[in-house]
Design a protein around this ligand. Structure first.
Ligand code: SF4
Length: 210
């Protein structure tokens, strides 16, 4: 099966679901939601090419990781590779799966936008579906706006005490070399503050070199 086209990964966060998780953000999204917090991951261009089995090993390198979160970009456009990734991860360790998608669940089931969407849905514990609508961003929950829905597909995380819909927002800022990642579904005002801070650091770096 083919390699994944990955925008970014992070090993070890508590900001994108219950427990301690690793995250894959895929590159490429067919939607253009106004206010998308990751517009650089919308273009369908080559980014990091990663073999699913190798990526599974990397994401579970920390033995405390008990879950994966797939985000993007649009995960369902790479359903085949992501299905392979979660199956490989579960051969290493029991791992829960939270997945975001701009597509509604009904659309995914009736008119899947890519091969292997049904196989990926079979592996997903919690699906958060729907497009981000900035005017419906109420600052609550692990969904960007109130139109997005939380589907407990397997039921496995339904009683874990984590309120996907209404919990207070949390986010982490991770720095990897010269790159900074904003991890989580942040309160609305934080995205612009983060972008401004990153721009400032980049400008000072450019200024320092010239
Ligand atoms: S679906 Fe998600 S990644 Fe795609 S444009 Fe909308 S907010 Fe951005």
């Amino acid at each position: 099966m083919g390699a994944l086209n990955v925008a970014a990964t992070w090993v070890g966060t508590t900001a994108l679901g219950p427990g301690r998780r690793s995250v894959v953000w895929v590159q490429g999204c067919p939607f253009h939601c106004a206010g998308c917090m990751s517009p650089e991951w919308i273009p369908d261009v080559p980014a990091r090419s990663a073999e699913p089995a190798e990526l599974a090993t990397e994401l579970l390198a920390d033995p405390a990781i008990d879950g994966l979160t797939f985000s993007g970009g649009e995960p369902m456009r790479q359903a085949a590779g992501l299905s392979e990734l979660i199956r490989a991860a579960r051969r290493i360790r029991d791992t829960t799966l939270v997945c975001f998608s701009g597509y509604r669940l009904e659309r995914l089931r009736t008119r899947p936008p890519a091969p292997s969407v049904a196989e990926l849905l079979d592996e997903v514990d919690v699906l958060i579906d729907g497009l981000y609508v900035s005017t419906l961003d109420d600052g609550r929950g692990l969904r960007g706006s109130s139109n997005q829905r939380v589907h407990q597909l397997s039921g496995r995380l339904a009683e874990c005490g984590y309120d996907f819909s209404e919990r207070g927002r949390t986010a982490e800022i991770a720095v990897d070399g010269r790159e900074a990642l904003l991890i989580g579904v942040p309160p609305p005002a934080l995205v612009s503050v983060f972008d401004a801070a990153v721009d400032q650091v980049r400008q000072s770096h450019i200024g320092g070199r010239s």
